[in-house]
Write a protein that binds this ligand. Structure first.
Ligand SMILES: [Zn+2]
Length: 124
């Protein structure tokens, strides 16, 4: 599947969110989707993870938490899509998720953004 295909999949995950700022993500390894997530209310949160609204944008954490074998995420790509009533929005991971992504060994982040071409790429 193409970059756009995975981003669209992340966007579909975002629609599951009950937040106004909807964020979805998929983690892809070896061309295969190994997990999907979306930002959700703090039912799984502990302490400060979801304290600020910025930190509630943690579709990444949600998706990563569902992968049992964390080593499967080494070298993976994470697609993050944020969606609001105006369309695609900046979905570059927050600093907490960046730390997590680096810790897991994820090598590439593709995120939605407002400006053309509506996505950005970060290589780690
Ligand atoms: Zn986050």
């Amino acid at each position: 599947m193409s970059l756009h295909g995975f981003l669209t999949m992340a966007q579909k995950m975002a629609y599951k969110s009950t937040y106004k700022q909807k964020v979805g993500c998929v983690i892809v390894s070896g061309g295969r989707v190994i997990s999907k997530g979306y930002n959700s209310v703090a039912h799984k949160s502990r302490g400060k993870k979801f304290a600020k609204w910025e930190c509630s944008i943690c579709a990444e954490r949600h998706a990563a938490s569902k992968v049992r074998d964390k080593s499967a995420m080494k070298g993976a790509t994470i697609y993050v899509s944020r969606w609001n009533s105006f369309g695609p929005a900046m979905a570059c991971p927050c600093s907490h998720c960046m730390e997590l992504i680096e810790f897991l060994g994820i090598k590439k982040i593709v995120f939605s953004r407002v400006e053309y071409p509506y996505y950005g790429v970060v290589k780690l």
